[in-house]
Design a protein around this ligand. Structure first.
Ligand code: NAD
Length: 327
């Protein structure tokens, strides 16, 4: 298959591209290497596969950039991962989130329709559940209200996918990722940030009393779910939770990182942040049944694996270890 991955130089995107290449797919990647976090990290992420992919460097808000990816070729599937991610920054700059996540998704769906793409996978998020009282969160739950611009854009993206499936017969699958971690994790996310700060004997900011909970998902498991969705031939529009199914309290997460590092954290206790949901918890029974999704890495294994990877980071100022070949 020929697959276009947007955001393919990012954390989840670079793992997804590697998995697709291993299955023999032809790959086109669009990424704008923006500075939400160091573009150098993104270049490291994608470096080992650069000679195996076509890279279109540019912004998905620009239809001409998307047209470049489609020039003289037939793309079978789009895996749309490019987005402004992160809840708190979306409150500071909602316009950037709306333009990237909403307009960007619209331009890609339009290109998919015009170019007769067979399937469109959309990276949605557990944040669409907002302050869901019922746990675990299931795809059939009524989504009453999101509480951040980021979450609103993800819900909008799902709705637009539904429109294109209904009106234009484009098969769309929305995958609601529950906090993803593992090698190359975005440096703004908790496990990555805490590991770095505790390792460097710097204090960490803990928002709330530590009793907020998150369902963390190891990146290999997310990629397994994405790859399974490539073959999914169910309804023209569908939604799946991809979670780890093992929620953990923030204070217990910090303790697990401390234990693995063999270091105690100095904690700045701060008030809870607007936009942060109190808990996420995935019901993954639908994905298990219809995608064969089967997460393999509990936190007890995943945190040591992440920290082992992190500790290989050279002290040369390079953000990540020299990437190994995926071949
Ligand atoms: P990431 O920031 O590492 O990857 C996103 C990539 O998209 C980056 O390489 C970035 O440069 C690129 N990008 C952003 N805006 C772009 C634009 N306008 N044009 C072209 N490229 C652009 O983030 P990630 O954690 O890998 O997340 C990937 C996707 O999964 C996102 O859609 C995110 O919302 C979603 N998601 C992630 C998590 C998580 O825990 N990491 C959870 C739920 C959903």
């Amino acid at each position: 298959m020929k697959i276009l991955v947007t955001g393919g130089a990012g954390f989840i995107g670079s793992h997804t591209v590697e998995a697709c290449l291993k299955q023999g797919h032809e790959m086109i990647v669009i990424d704008d290497f923006n500075n939400y976090y160091s573009p150098q990290i993104k270049r490291h992420n994608i470096a080992p596969v650069l000679n195996q992919i076509e890279l279109v460097e540019g912004d998905i808000r620009d239809p001409e950039i998307i047209a470049n990816a489609f020039a003289n070729t037939q793309i079978d599937t789009i895996i749309h991962l490019a987005a402004r991610a992160g809840v708190r920054p979306s409150i500071d700059d909602p316009e950037l989130y709306l333009s990237t996540n909403n307009s960007g998704t619209y331009h890609l769906l339009e290109a998919a329709r015009k170019n007769k793409v067979k399937k469109f996978l959309f990276a949605s998020s557990s944040s669409v559940y907002g302050v869901n009282e019922k746990v675990p969160f299931a795809e059939s739950d009524l989504i009453a209200s999101t509480i951040s611009p980021y979450a609103a854009t993800k819900l909008f993206g799902e709705q637009l996918c539904s429109n294109y499936a209904h009106v234009h017969n484009l098969r769309t699958v929305c995958l609601r990722f529950f906090t993803v971690y593992g090698p190359r994790q975005r440096p703004d996310l908790a496990i990555s940030k805490f590991t770095r700060l505790i390792s460097e004997n710097q204090p960490i900011d803990r928002y709330g009393d530590g009793t907020t909970g998150r369902d963390y998902t190891y990146v290999d498991d997310i990629v397994q779910g994405i790859m399974a969705a490539l073959d999914y031939e169910g309804p023209m529009f569908d939604i799946f939770n991809l979670g780890g199914s093992e929620p953990i309290l923030l204070k217990d997460l910090i303790a697990a990182i401390e234990t693995t590092l063999g270091k105690k954290a100095t904690i700045n206790e701060l008030p809870e942040q607007p936009g942060d949901v109190p808990r996420t918890s995935a019901d993954i029974s639908k994905a298990r049944e219809l995608l064969g999704y089967n997460p393999q890495t509990p936190l007890s294994k995943g945190i040591p694996k992440f920290i082992e990877w992190y500790q290989k980071t050279p002290a040369t100022g390079e953000p990540y270890p020299k990437p190994a070949s995926v071949a």
